[in-house]
Ligand binder design. Structure first.
Ligand SMILES: *[C@@H]1O[C@H](CO)[C@@H](O)[C@H](O)[C@H]1NC(C)=O
Ligand SMILES: *[C@@H]1O[C@H](CO)[C@@H](O)[C@H](O)[C@H]1NC(C)=O
Length: 173
């Protein structure tokens, strides 16, 4: 069974809440979250209720304070399980919306995406296998955007505020 535990204080102290399925509004269970333990499963937690705001993708492990999940602060208000993590990864990205223009197929992590893709902008993509994360900045920094198997015709469909992608990582252990 997947399980994630949210703690109000750093280093797994204070009140905690165990969760084993998706939750659209966590604020009735805790008001702040300063550490997390992921017992099993892959999760995406959100800064705001109803799966909105900043996203943070978590694999099994321990996160003794919010910097470990690249959090901007101690606010987490919804969470869900990533269902198809997979054991192989393949996606294709396009420079224009609706799968038009130049494209590139990816099967591996890309810490410095601009070295391969001059414009840095991705306007549409298809995920064939695995789950992936787009990061706003190179070297897996800045805002995270989870992409699961499916088609994304424009960047707003993966929750992007703009098309710029600095780095790309596969969701894996
Ligand atoms: C939460 O889960 C952990 C690990 O399974 C367990 O040790 C702990 O007692 C649980 N806490 C609560 C409040 O249910
Ligand atoms: C966390 O950051 C967001 C975005 O900057 C902000 O809206 C929110 O008020 C902050 N929460 C806390 C508790 O500081």
């Amino acid at each position: 069974l997947p399980q994630i535990t949210f703690f109000e204080e750093k280093k797994f102290q204070g009140r905690c809440y165990n969760c084993s399925s998706e939750c659209a509004d966590l604020h009735t269970h805790f008001s702040r979250c300063n550490s997390i333990r992921v017992e099993s499963g892959f999760w995406v937690v959100y800064e705001r209720p109803n799966y909105m705001g900043h996203q943070y993708v978590l694999s099994p492990g321990e996160y003794p304070d919010y910097q470990y999940w690249l959090g901007i602060n101690d606010t987490i208000q919804s969470c869900r399980i990533i269902r198809h993590v997979g054991s192989s990864w393949r996606m294709k990205v396009w420079e224009k919306p609706n799968f038009e223009g130049e494209s590139l197929e990816l099967t591996n992590n890309m810490p410095t995406f601009h070295e391969l893709w001059q414009s840095r902008d991705i306007h549409s993509c298809k995920v064939f296998e695995g789950a992936w994360i787009f990061y706003e900045h190179p070297n897996y920094r800045g805002r995270q955007m989870l992409l699961e198997r499916g088609e994304y015709r424009r960047y707003s469909e993966w929750g992007g505020r703009k098309p710029t992608v600095g780095s790309i990582r596969r969701v894996t252990n």
